[in-house]
Design a protein around this ligand. Structure first.
Ligand code: BGC
Length: 331
């Protein structure tokens, strides 16, 4: 009888401690899964691949794309090379194709490197928009961006209008291997080809960076000290050109025409260190590209080529330009 009582006490103690162990153990280690009802749901997953992630021009494209994505219920990823580089660019693009997203916005920088990838993506059902730089030979769905040849041509015409007498031009090109940069140079050359007073004396690559533009300008001036004008074909070239002139040739006043209205370039136009800017609309490119991808995904067939506007501004046009620019960014 006594034995039975002892056993029962032990059994009870065992049961109580087992229960306590289980109860507190569960409280300590069990992490309840949060089933949030507020998690946003997206209709599509798109990727925007910039030429260089932290480039100010591409941040403007991104802003436009994000604004449109928010309105359209799109999950947008922005991912690209840290520094402009063809191999890294292709690697990011290939990885995103493998990820089977709904749509990708990418530059068509070179036929050789990008056409096979664009075609592969389209075959897999990923819609492709070439943005900023087109590859018309590829199977991309739509191009959204500047008519780069025409932009170069307009730069050449502006240069003719703004200058007199003999001119020796040094060109700072963003990248020798990029189609849009080549088109900007070709357009410029075509515009000035019958002006015998204008000669292009040299061309150097900036690799789309400010330090690269500084080096390119320095080298151009060293090899051609008689340069009277500069033409920069990508967004940070004007800033680099102006910096070298300020330090190396402070008493000279060469004519400078360059691309893109980044804040620093606008300041230099105001300060008369830059004479004219070819205006592109990166915000609008991003905004329109996302909207076009949504159209394609809904089964519609938007226009294949959608050129964003291009214009030339000089110091006199600044006030009006800034007003319009603010409106565009507050869409
Ligand atoms: C071009 C972009 C380029 C950027 C570089 C712009 O003018 O349109 O393709 O990435 O310059 O800063």
């Amino acid at each position: 009888m006594k034995k039975k009582l002892v056993y029962s006490i032990f059994a009870l103690a065992f049961l109580i401690s087992a229960f306590l162990m289980f109860f507190y153990g569960q409280q300590t280690f069990y992490v309840k899964k949060e089933t949030s009802t507020t998690e946003p749901k997206y209709d599509y997953h798109f990727v925007l691949i910039p030429e260089e992630e932290d480039n100010e021009y591409w941040r403007q494209v991104e802003k436009g794309a994000r604004d449109a994505a928010e309105k359209q219920g799109v999950y947008l990823e922005y991912i690209g090379p840290k520094r402009a580089n063809l191999n890294d660019h292709v690697r990011v693009f290939d990885k995103e194709i493998a990820g089977k997203v709904d749509g990708i916005m990418v530059q068509g920088l070179s036929n050789e490197a990008f056409t096979p990838l664009i075609n592969k993506a389209v075959e897999k059902g990923t819609s492709i928009i070439t943005i900023d730089t087109d590859l018309p030979e590829s199977r991309r769905d739509v191009y959204v961006g500047t008519d780069n040849y025409m932009a170069g041509f307009m730069a050449g015409k502006a240069f003719i209008e703004d200058t007199k007498g003999e001119q020796m031009v040094g060109i700072v090109i963003g990248r020798n291997d990029a189609i849009h940069q080549q088109l900007r140079v070709e357009g410029f050359k075509e515009a000035v080809k019958n002006e015998l007073r204008i000669k292009i004396v040299g061309m150097k690559e900036s690799n789309i960076s400010k330090t690269g533009a500084v080096q390119a300008t320095y080298d151009l001036l060293k090899e051609n000290p008689n340069i009277t004008a500069f033409y920069g074909t990508s967004a940070l070239d004007g800033v680099g050109i102006a910096q070298v002139i300020r330090t190396m040739r402070p008493y000279s006043d060469p004519y400078v025409i360059t691309f893109d209205t980044l804040p620093e370039t606008i300041q230099l136009l105001e300060a008369e260190e830059i004479d004219a800017i070819v205006v592109q609309h990166p915000y609008e490119m991003g905004y329109t590209a996302v909207n076009m991808l949504v159209e394609i995904k809904k089964g519609n067939h938007p226009e294949k080529i959608q050129h964003t506007p291009t214009s030339i501004i000089r110091k006199n046009d600044l006030n009006q330009f800034l007003q319009e620019h603010i409106q565009e960014n507050n869409k």
